[in-house]
Design a protein around this ligand. Structure first.
Ligand code: F6R
Ligand code: ZN
Length: 194
């Protein structure tokens, strides 16, 4: 990591891993319990631990004043009727926001607050999405064969709370319906204990 200015090519399809200090890969096995169709999940996992998404991030100190930025790439595919998606998280410092810019592909950002509000926004190339403080977020690739590529920026001290979503899930899921992607209630969503 350098302390001075740094650059990275963020055009879709022009990813130079050497520009980014951090490369995270997430496979099917890391999504246990997140997909609705458990039978389809186990069947797929039995065949191959598929690569669902990748994150390339510029390494910066994780402290207030700094920003973290990079590319999130969700590959196309489905588990049962449910599209490949990120784990999703709240920021550990709940009062921190994030900006996403969709570079290529097609998808949706599923969001919710601890207070019970929810929102699902479409992601198409050129769309910039502001995820306000307190909103958990998960990106879903609804495309048939293309990667969903987004560029993200968030405060470096935000941290990630994955545990809440792992235990409760999101209130809404995106599945493939007869007319394309549809937003459905998550029947497995668990209300937080008071
Ligand atoms: C960072 C952020 C994105 C995600 C990335 C992967 O706060 O929201 O960079 O980290 O899209 O998703 P998760 O982190 O949910 O596995
Ligand atoms: Zn985030």
């Amino acid at each position: 990591m350098t302390n001075g200015p740094s650059t990275a090519l963020v055009q879709a399809g022009t990813i130079r891993p050497e520009d980014f200090g951090n490369h995270i890969t997430r496979r099917l096995s890391s999504m246990k319990g997140q997909y609705l169709d458990q039978t389809a999940y186990e069947r797929m996992l039995g065949q191959e631990d598929s690569l669902l998404y990748e994150v390339y991030e510029l390494l910066r100190p994780e402290k207030e004043g700094e920003l973290l930025s990079g590319l999130s790439i969700v590959h196309p595919g489905k588990v049962g009727n449910e599209y490949f998606m990120t784990k999703g998280h709240f920021h550990e410092v709940l009062e921190t926001a994030e900006i996403y810019l969709c570079l290529s592909g097609r998808g949706m950002m599923v969001m919710e607050t601890p207070e019970g509000d929810w929102s699902v926004k479409e992601l198409t190339p050129g769309v910039s999405l502001y995820v306000p403080p307190r909103w958990a977020h998960r990106s879903v690739n609804t495309g048939a064969s293309e990667d969903l590529v987004t560029y993200f920026i968030y405060p470096a001290h935000a941290g990630h709370d994955y545990g809440t979503i792992e235990t409760r899930g999101f209130r809404k899921l995106v599945t493939e319906g007869a007319d394309g992607p549809q937003i459905i209630d998550n029947p497995k969503w668990v209300e937080a204990a008071v």
